[in-house]
Design a protein around this ligand. Structure first.
Ligand SMILES: O=C(O)[C@H]1O[C@H](OP(=O)(O)OP(=O)(O)OC[C@H]2O[C@@H](n3ccc(=O)[nH]c3=O)[C@H](O)[C@@H]2O)[C@H](O)[C@@H](O)[C@@H]1O
Length: 458
């Protein structure tokens, strides 16, 4: 319709009645157009404000687009109960968790693998003595993740935030170091287990080699650089026959890929200490057991299978030789790990450049009294009050070694490390936890009680 828009409404007053409908039409048309324009402007302003407020869209540089897509991916992976990383609420939780309450000597620690067995105990101990502590864990399904979630729930109850993320995620690590000037990193995240390396070799390279490098890269670039304490393993002694194993013994004949990746880790630690001045302590843990232990370890699955009436396989060496381990109780390991943090000197690097020589240490953390697997089973039988169905089998060629035995005199001298829990006592506590956590609803111990069941002994 071709209609002139009046210059003023008064022009229509003198017009004839048959033009009435035309006037109404024009008036309606005029007011709708006006409303339409107003709403368009309002909508445009709202969209513009939302655009400016969005952190991921505020810049169109490739870097910001990259971080935007990483944030989106992280949001998808993060459980709905915790905010996505990068959110102000997430940042606040990280800062709150890192707050030191023990002045003036408190430290602030990033614990990787915090929802793991050793990680959860160490994290809890740090928090309880007033240190700042932030956890990091990817909650993978190497073993039942609900056990990791239960440990996380306990830590959360004590005020520790466990960030859900991977040690190979460089931007996430940088973000954590941007938010908190961590004085220490307790790096316990790893692909554990000796025998599983034959099934999934790639996961050992991913976590124990690439993951370690990722953590060390973030640490050397951080300002200030933290001191690093990390989990190596007794398995680095491999086919060594000198006993007890001492830090000065050769470790160049590993028997499993797991051991080889831990040995590689110790060499990588040397490089980062040498080039960047990172203070690094490698702890060789000896078959750690206790409450909240790992389901892939003998003490755990022997207990489960004995209760279920299943036959357990006890490995034997050539000529029926006894297989033995220097089983070490979790509380002793936690004491040694915290003493390592407390005695670690500062890194000397700054902005990624070494300023002087830095501390580099290796310690055995064991129990110093090996016990045969046969005896382990006998102790479990006594605590469980159930007779095990045993089967002796020739040790498969799976990466296991015949025995381990720690000499801990160096850790005693430098860390004041004193393991004081024997296997009898330690297994009693483990069994108590196991029975509380895995309640027997109808005679079976195989049904889990639920998240957060049981209690931590650390
Ligand atoms: O000290 C270490 O460095 C290592 O200790 C444990 O490895 P492992 O000593 O093999 O511990 P368990 O899986 O608990 O095995 C304990 C003993 O039981 C034996 N075993 C295991 C399984 C089985 O079916 N039968 C059996 O007799 C093993 O040969 C071993 O002597 C951990 O799983 C590793 O992650 C850790 O690094």
């Amino acid at each position: 319709m071709d209609v002139d828009i009046p210059s003023s409404p008064g022009k229509f007053k003198s017009e004839k009645p048959h033009h009435h409908y035309l006037r109404l039409l024009l008036r309606w048309h005029y007011s709708s157009l006006h409303k339409f324009l107003c709403w368009t402007i309002v909508a445009a302003i709202v969209l513009f404000v939302l655009f400016l407020a969005s952190p991921n869209l505020s810049s169109s540089s490739p870097a910001s687009l990259h971080s935007s897509s990483i944030t989106e991916r992280r949001s998808l992976r993060t459980s709905s109960s915790s905010p996505a990383w990068g959110d102000p609420a997430w940042e606040k939780r990280v800062r709150d968790s890192a707050r030191i309450r023990r002045r003036p000597f408190g430290i602030s620690v990033l614990v990787t693998g915090a929802a793991g067995f050793i990680g959860s105990h160490a994290t809890n101990a740090l928090k309880r003595r007033g240190d700042g502590v932030v956890g990091l864990d990817n909650f993978n399904d190497y073993y039942d993740p609900s056990l990791k979630r239960a440990r996380q729930a306990l830590l959360s109850h004590s005020g520790v935030f466990v960030v859900e993320g991977d040690i190979n995620d460089g931007p996430l690590l940088r973000k954590l170091f941007d938010l908190v000037a961590f004085t220490h990193v307790l790096h316990l995240a790893a692909q554990a287990g000796v025998r599983y390396a034959m099934k999934n070799p790639g996961s050992y390279i991913h976590s124990n080699v690439a993951g370690l490098v990722s953590v060390l890269e973030a640490a050397r670039s951080a300002n200030p650089q933290p001191a690093i304490v990390w989990a190596s393993s007794s398995s680095v002694y491999g086919l060594n026959t000198e006993v007890p194993f001492s830090e000065s013994h050769r470790t160049d004949s590993p028997a499993s890929l797991y051991a080889a990746t831990k040995k590689a880790g110790e060499e990588i630690a040397h490089v980062y200490n040498h080039i960047y001045g990172l203070s690094i302590t490698s702890l060789r843990f000896f078959t750690v057991y206790g409450p909240w232990g790992r389901p892939d370890m003998a003490c755990f699955f022997f207990t489960r299978d004995i209760l279920a009436g299943k036959t357990i396989s006890i490995f034997q060496g050539p000529d029926d030789a006894t297989v033995a381990r220097d089983f070490t109780y979790i509380d002793d390991i936690v004491q040694g790990s915290l003493a390592s943090l407390d005695t670690a000197q500062k890194s000397t690097g700054s902005g990624g450049t070494k300023q002087g020589p830095a501390q580099l240490r290796v310690f055995n953390l064991g129990n110093t009294s090996p016990v045969s697997v046969v005896e382990l089973v006998s102790i479990l039988e006594r605590h469980l009050k159930v007779k095990a169905k045993r089967k002796f089998v020739k040790m498969p060629r799976n990466g296991d070694v015949l025995f381990t035995h720690a000499n801990v005199s160096l850790a005693k001298k430098e860390l004041g490390y004193h393991p004081n829990t024997n296997l009898q006592t330690g297994l009693k506590r483990f069994v108590k936890w196991y029975l509380e956590y895995y309640a027997p609803p109808s005679g079976s111990y195989l049904t889990k009680k639920g998240r957060g069941g049981g209690s931590s002994s650390s």
